[in-house]
Design a protein around this ligand. Sequence first.
Ligand SMILES: *Cc1c(COP(=O)(O)O)cnc(C)c1O
Length: 393
Amino acid sequence: MGTHSAADRSLFETLTCTRCGATHDHTTVQTVCQEPGCGRPLIARYALDELPRPAPGHDGTGAGPLWRFPELMPLTPGTDPVTLGEGGTPLLRARRLAAAAGLEELWLKDESGNPTGSFKARGLALAAIKAKELGAATIALPTAGNAGGAAAAYAARAGMGCAVVMPSDTPRVFKDEVVAFGGTLIEHEGLIDDCGKIVAERVAAEGWYDVSTLKEPYRVEGKKTMGIEIAEQLGWSLPDVVIYPTGGGTGLVGMWKAWAELEAVGWLGPARPRMFAVQASGCAPVVDAFVGGAERCERVEQAQTIAAGLRVPKPFADEWILAVLRKSGGGAVAVTDEQIAAGVERLARTEGIYAAPEVGATWAAVESLFERGDLAADERIVIVVTGSAYKYL
Ligand SMILES: *Cc1c(COP(=O)(O)O)cnc(C)c1O
């Protein structure tokens, strides 16, 4: 172990429950809150008082490795991070797309250049690091899309095994990718949450480390770095609006967490973007709950959409996602698969970015939010371009 790894600067202190606040030991394997009747997601807490202030100078690029700010990463001193060069992605001004829709200031946080082609790399990098640190031999997760390939790639890089349980009707490319990286693919008739049950059932017997979305506390720390990068790229300020294609919601709650931490250390003020979750009309549990004023989502029984990453019938962190949308003054919007396909084409032809269907959904959402008066023409809007379309070719 290196004597001066970036991990030595980590201010990681403990894990606490997002609902009841109970503290959990971060030096052992943790999943969800263990308090009786709770079972909600855990999050990492940092000794923020020790972070230098004011904010460091910025050059507007935000370029750098995932742990550009290792203070805010849940690393253990001496750890050698497992990395494939994830993070540090560009924030691109989209003038042509903005003009076409009558908007003034539109930005694309382009995650498509990440290893394995999506922002899942950020989360799975952290999951792999922590799994390795905690002595796991094999990580396991359910997925309907990009998370499987990312998990398998980082497991390979870390010298660990990877078991991926996928709905059998998942597009073939996502299955091939897992196998290519040496992962074990288990297909199952059902949706991602049914696959999650299989992981949960087999964890103990197989000795797996479960890295299901928000059922372990570290993937969200990786996704959080998008929020740090956006803030830095905008000169330590935030946009008025963020548009996010929401499946399990890790990136949405992760960015929100990042900004709270940056405000606590004085790098950001109290202003926050309005957060809009975008889903597909064939699977829109968050939209339904938001519109219905509910605190939790109802499971969508026949979830169907071409945007595989949005095919999550009931996100595990539904309460947390809905709380962020409401606190931010944002909302949730559903779009059809036809709108999604048109959005992909528009983005490719107008800005030269060939993005995943999930991203096509965000563009369709911007148009409909603008039409219904939820966005103003002069607002600064950021779309999270979560992944690339190249896998689909
Ligand atoms: C997984 C995924 C999403 C959804 O992300 P969550 O953090 O689960 O909400 C969106 N877009 C793409 C390309 C994905 O792979």
